[in-house]
Design a protein around this ligand. Sequence first.
Ligand SMILES: [Zn+2]
Length: 93
Amino acid sequence: MLPSYDTDEASQRVIQRITPYEVFAYSTLLHEALHVQGLINERLTECAANDAVRWAARFYGLHQTQANWLSRIAFDQSTRNTADHVPQPLRSV
Ligand SMILES: [Zn+2]
């Protein structure tokens, strides 16, 4: 059963507990799921996964503004984790 957030306040409480690392972990899970579905281009898969965070958040009942915010965090974390910590030949974005 999916959670539902009846009020802005309830969904805001959920948002405040989510860390950027959790958003990154979720986008990584979505990234790998997209590979399983047949997407093989790393950059497109990463982009689609980060955008999918928005749609997953909406699916779980968060408001559009909050879902957009989570997706922006996913894009930001993706950039940080690929550009700063992964050697050049392994970078996907
Ligand atoms: Zn990949």
